[in-house]
Design a protein. Sequence first.
Length: 255
Amino acid sequence: MKNLIFNFYEKIFGFSRRKVGIVWFSEVKTKMECKYFGKLDENGRKQGPGTFIYSPSLVYNGDFVSDVKQGSGSIALSTFKDKSQTTQEDLVRFSGNFDKDELNGEGHFIISGISSYKGHFLNGEKHGFGIFENSEVIYKGNFEMGCYHGLGNLSFKNENRRYEGNFEKSKMVGEMKVYTGDQETWIYKGELLDRMRHGKGEVKLSLGRYAGDFVEDNIKGEGELSFDDSEFVYKGSFVDGGPVMISNTIGVELF
């Protein structure tokens, strides 16, 4: 996201400037016109609160220091809602703290109808703690340069499942806890592969608990099966979701 919108026009086109309270910019080749409403310092640079209009659809409102966005502000890319072109709605909006033209510190980024992020930024990237949401997921946790990284909580809306644990470059790593919906008690704790139980783990069953090996979401390998209402414990090999010696006829719902 670095400089995605902030300096888009300024980077591509060269603009001339006049030292007046309202500064107009024009570029003949693109037929684009920009305006600035606000204060200028003694050298004609934007200083203090102001509004910079890159185009009718792209506007920054906020603080400036020596011509750069510095302090609290917002920048929005909008479109007209009706054919009369009298009412606008935001397509993309950044708001929060700016430092040297970039979002740095706490901020809010919204792409209308697609996704939103509220949290910490570093040079325009999601970095630090934040909450990200789109049509498929909700992620609450730490980010590193735009990726899920560190301790986090990832929910998949179509699965009604929540995954809690450590992430590296947006991938789950190490031991994860899996929850159903908003339940506070985990249903699985252990290693995962593409959101499947795979490796060492522990799962809560309808009548007890299993701890041991999983292969591609199935109980398979060496493990231990215990029951809530019995002292019986089976330790040994499992295949097709059940103990080998009992041939999975113990009448326990394992999933």
